[in-house]
Ligand binder design. Structure first.
Ligand code: AMP
Ligand code: GLY
Length: 413
């Protein structure tokens, strides 16, 4: 079967790796892909949804898998389906659960899904009045639209809250993504990522994961796309799982069905676990990055079959290795701010663990840095400690100028 994977990150490399591992005969195409996906199939530069659709038609692509949120929110699934092409991901209406925080909060409230209390604003004056009336800080301010993971600000006091809404709603730092703003209660606890697959009627969850979003050790500094993930999440208990299932998963499933949001794709629940139980912070309607890199090596099922079954509306039964994983991201020094690229990456051939390239370019068989998050090394072990040791032992074998990674992935829990 010919499979097209849309995206350019470590997530797309991991999806391709898993499909190829289980289905050596599968022919993979990536758009645009990266220096790592080039070793699994062919990289294509399909610059629009229309071009991707025409490519899929002319090349006999049997299945398309969409990595990033932007194309989903733009409606790639609807376009492919209307052209009679098989595609895995939410339609445009359902992708709005990620593309608009105002919309997803409305959905959560309507279906009684446990989430932080919030209000949505379209005018600066109203948001300002609301902030004036607040007594408790910090408060969380979110640009409603897609803002490349930068649209959430935790404002420590009234002054910071006001200046934040001014930047978003008056100065327009996030462009159209900041036309609506959600202001919500700050929740204190630890975070957990639960990915799942929806087959149009049932949500089947993956094992849990723990992302490390901040650039510096001890979760300090700026937010990033994710500097490492461990799975399962060691702090998430069976009681938390029951709480999540009852108060978040089941009402989400009910809401999707009632709203006729029927699709086959991933739903990624971003959770905050507090003293008062599990809260839903957000929906992502795609595989997480680097959650996919940590989770897919632990999945026993054939991913291609799982995806095909979910598109056919069949019930899924996911099985997982009885192991732990620890994915550590190597980044370009300076990320998530400015950084230089184009440095040769050496030692990749010595790595003895799943290795997923992200911001990497391949030229004449050599690999060069080409982005902020450069690559992911995934340690697998009988427990978290073993997984961590394997990941960090292999990280030592790789080097490039100005490399940076957190040394406490899986430790700061
Ligand atoms: P979101 O895009 O909504 O997941 O927000 C990005 C990050 O901001 C989350 O991963 C949390 O670290 C933080 N965050 C979002 N909402 C809240 C909240 N209500 N309370 C505390 N932290 C939050
Ligand atoms: N790692 C978080 C995300 O993919 O959004």
């Amino acid at each position: 079967m010919r499979v097209l994977i849309i995206g350019s990150g470590g997530r797309e490399h991991a999806i391709g790796w898993k499909i190829k591992k289980d289905n050596p005969d599968a022919e993979l195409f990536f758009s645009p892909g990266n220096g790592g996906t080039k070793d699994l199939g062919e990289n294509e530069e399909l610059v629009s949804i229309e071009e991707a659709k025409n490519f899929a038609k002319s090349q006999g692509i049997g299945l398309t898998i969409v990595g990033p949120e932007a194309e989903l929110v733009e409606g790639i699934v609807d376009v492919f389906k209307n052209a009679g092409l098989k595609i895995f991901g939410p339609n445009q209406k359902s992708a709005k659960l990620e593309g608009s925080k105002a919309f997803s909060k409305e959905f959560m409230t309507k279906y009684g899904i446990k989430t932080a209390e919030s209000k949505t604003f379209r005018h600066f004056i109203d948001a300002q009045k609301h902030i004036e009336s607040l007594e408790e800080f910090p408060v969380v301010i979110k640009a409603s639209g897609l803002a490349a993971g930068k649209g959430v600000v935790i404002a420590e006091d009234k002054f910071m809250a006001e200046s934040t809404i001014r930047k978003i709603m008056v100065d327009g730092v996030f462009g159209d993504a900041g036309k609506e703003v959600v202001i919500e209660t700050f929740l204190k606890g630890f975070e957990c990522s639960i990915l799942s697959i929806f087959n149009g009627s049932t949500i089947t969850p993956f094992i849990t994961a723990k992302d490390h979003k901040k650039i510096n050790e001890e979760d300090k500094g700026l937010n990033t796309g994710g500097m490492g993930v461990v799975a399962p999440n060691p702090s998430f208990t069976e009681a938390h799982m029951q709480d999540f299932t009852k108060n978040i998963l089941i009402p989400t499933q009910k809401g999707l069905i009632e709203e006729k949001m029927k699709f086959a794709g991933v739903i990624f629940f971003g959770l905050m676990v507090t003293e008062n139980g599990v809260y839903l912070l957000e929906y992502n309607m795609r595989f997480g990055d680097p959650e996919a890199e940590a989770l897919l090596p632990l999945l026993k099922n054939n991913l291609l079959e799982v995806i095909k079954d979910s598109i056919a509306g069949k019930e899924l039964k996911l099985e997982w290795e009885d192991q732990h994983s620890c994915c550590v991201v190597m980044a370009s020094g300076g990320y998530p701010g400015n950084y230089e690229k184009g440095f040769q990456i050496r030692g990749l051939e010595n790595v003895e663990a799943p290795l997923f390239l992200a911001g990497v370019k391949q030229t004449n068989g050599k690999y060069y840095t080409d982005g902020g998050r450069v690559l992911n090394v995934v340690g697998l072990g009988k427990d978290l400690e073993e997984a961590r040791n394997i990941a960090y032992k292999n990280i030592q074998k790789i080097n490039f100028d100005f490399e940076y990674y957190r040394e406490d992935i899986g430790k700061s829990i």
